[in-house]
Design a protein around this ligand. Sequence first.
Ligand code: HEC
Length: 275
Amino acid sequence: MTVTPAADLIARIRASGHDCAATRRAPPIGTLNIVLGARNGRVSCCSTSAARATDSVEGASEASDPTAPVTAETPSYCLPVQVTWQAPPLDVAMLRYDKKQVHDIVTYGRPGTPMPPWGIASGKGVLNEQGIGDLVNYVQSIQITPEKAKERFTKQLVDARAEQPGKSDGELLFQLQCARCHTKNWSFFDPDKPVGPLPGPQGGGAYGPNLTDGDTLRQFAGPKGVQDQYDWVATGKPANELYGTRGISSGRMPHFGNVLTKEQIQAIVDYERSL
Ligand code: HEC
């Protein structure tokens, strides 16, 4: 029997980029090497100066020191790519999804986003059911409280207000919480280096549906429309349940009642209804 050491799990999570806000490695081959090398090598993407990984499976070497600075010898696939968006923090994942949803996200990834599939069940990943289960349990063990999550996201909003004056709270919150799924290329775009694909119109649809041209006014129509939309964003619906006028939940959309305040959710709903 093989017992997976906790450090290995942490390395896998680090390798997936989730614990290093705004840091992402460029080519997928880097990720592949990290996965293969995580058993003995060390991986860090959180040093503020540099994200580093090693493709060595030989154990610790100077090159695998996660705190070592990037030099001219650092292979190009290990170089960090700095972006302004953040991979969603995993210590609130279970506040926004149930366990089965997290299991499926890790297994199948998110098509069209930087989140790759990790499960063998997807036909593309490298982890068996036990590996996925271990990861999901680990993610569960690192959850913070809803109060802490609300504090964190409120601070993010305050920072965003300072960086982008003139935008409504609804728009800023949409950028922070929703755009990575509902705006094409949002997760890839870095306004400081606009060489990559430009994002589509805000809310124009990607992994999640197009919300523009009054979509949500039609989906959540009538006198209870605003409340229905609020409930969808705050608590969501389990897979296969109906929502709105013609929606059927696929169970892929997170819910935000544990991580955002009522006023914040209402501000996002108002913003969406103006798209
Ligand atoms: C992880 C990706 C993801 C994120 C993040 C996300 N959504 Fe969604 N959203 C979806 C998917 C997928 C659907 C389609 C319904 C389904 O599959 O259950 C959806 C559907 C919706 C709908 C219904 C649209 C329709 O016409 O049926 C609304 C409104 C919505 N999302 C709002 C939001 C808001 C507001 C946020 C941020 C607070 C958000 N979403 C964040 C994936 C996401």
